[in-house]
Design a protein around this ligand. Sequence first.
Ligand code: MRU
Length: 350
Amino acid sequence: METIAFTWKNQIFSALDQRKLPHQEVWINCKNITDVHAAIKDMVVRGAPLIGITALYGLLISSIQNTQHDLSKLEKDVTFIKTARPTAVNLAYEADRYLAFFKQNLGINDDWDKTLQLAEKFIVDVIQKLDQDNLKMAQFAEKELATLYGDRKYKVVTLCNTGALACGPRGTAFGVIDYLSQKGKIEHVFAAETRPYLQGGRLTAYELKKAGIPYSVFVEGAMFHLFENNKIDAVFIGADRIVSNGDTANKIGSATLSLVAKHFNVPFYVVAPTSSFDISLNIGSEIEIEYRPEEEVTSCQGVKIAPDSSRAYNPSFDVTPHQQISAIFCENAMIKPVERVNVRNAVTGA
Ligand code: MRU
């Protein structure tokens, strides 16, 4: 069964509250840009591509409510929405391209209402393209695994959540897994629980279950043992920001997973659309890493674990060095080896 992360009806953006999944399916209505900002900041919606899509709808709502047709107000809201979360580059990327699209079309037709209609269609097109792009990435991955292993089923590992709940349409790393599964090529998925927010244990498991794909959730501490005792064929993860040398920021634990995969000679793949690339940055250490509230570590799902007043260290992302990545699949290419020139060519479509 398909997972739906959001709806857009009667000028209201409704988001499935991912904080409540998998046990409750609660929808939150975002009626203005402040609601949308809060939904991203508080992780009602999350995952790099979906954060980008949510920002687009937030700016559409802002433009609809802009009865004075004041472009500077829209520019302010673009700046505001970009502050909701720092690491996933899709947020700034989509916000900036919405503004550029809106300004350009308003300049051409000088008609705010007409521009609104075009902007709504622009967002639908962005989502449709993301869906098609995810399919292309899955096909690149299918080819790569067939070259490595021939025609058989695979055991794969993933971390965090990269399905519809993170991407809107079919998903990046999850999109690969789902596509392979539909072709009868997945034997088993090992999904990292992804402490502290449990995107793997709650959300990926929810999506795998819905899709009828066999899976086990594992705690990150079991990584080494998992690879030692199971013949893993590949790791697929998503990305929140990939810089020009291929260094990749993704959910905390990804870099550790890459080291374990390398130790066992298992290919480690990143799957992400070009909207997750930031070639204005040179190397991974330039990426701003989000640090989240300490309570996310000292508690679990609202239940206190550590003694009162315990401090916690809670980076939400880490950066996997490009040398650790076997290939990156984006819509334009399989980037292999992961080197600066190949990244640039893939992003620019050269
Ligand atoms: O903090 P989150 O849940 O928004 O983290 C983002 C992610 O979902 C991941 O890091 C993911 O693996 C890449 S986005 C498809």
